[in-house]
Design a protein around this ligand. Sequence first.
Ligand code: SME
Length: 160
Amino acid sequence: MAETFNIPQGSKADMYADLIEQAKSVVSTESDVIANMGNVAAMLHFTFGFWWTGFYRVIDGELVLGPFQGPLACTRIGKGRGVCGTSWKEAHTIVVPDVDQFPGHIACSSESKSEIVVPIIINGDVKAVLDIDSAQLATFDEVDKTWLEKLVKELADKLV
Ligand code: SME
C-alpha cells in the first residue's frame, strides 16, 4: 500500500477529490475490507476533523459497528432505527443538520451535533453505511453528500 497520506488542502471539493484519489491508491493493494474501512475512516477523520467517522456493516439483519475513529459507539443498530438504520432501510444518504431534530436519533455521544450517513450499495443491496458525526451543527451539505457518495461508490468493492 501507499505508505503516506498527505492531508488534502484547498476547497472542500478539492479536498474530497484528492482524498478519494489517495484512498483508491491505499485500498488498491489490500483485499481485506476491515483494513480498508479502517484506513478510509482515518483519512476522512483526520482530513476534516470530524467528531466520529466510521462504518457499520450489515450482518445477520443488523448494523454492526465496524472500523471507526472517535469515541466509543453503540455496537448494533436495527433496520429503520436511528439515522444509520433509516439510511439502510431507505437506501439513500441522510443529512442531519441538527441531530436533536431527527426523530429516533441514537445518541452515542452528547457531543455529536450533526451527522451524515451514506449507504454502501452493491447490486441494489445496502451492505454497510458510512457514518460521520460532527461536534458542530449543520456541518454537512450537498458538497459532502455528493463527494461521500462518490467515495463509497468508487471504493465499494474494496469496502464490502
Ligand atoms: N447517531 C447514529 C448512531 C451511530 S453513532 O452516531 C456513531 C444514529 O442515529 O444512527
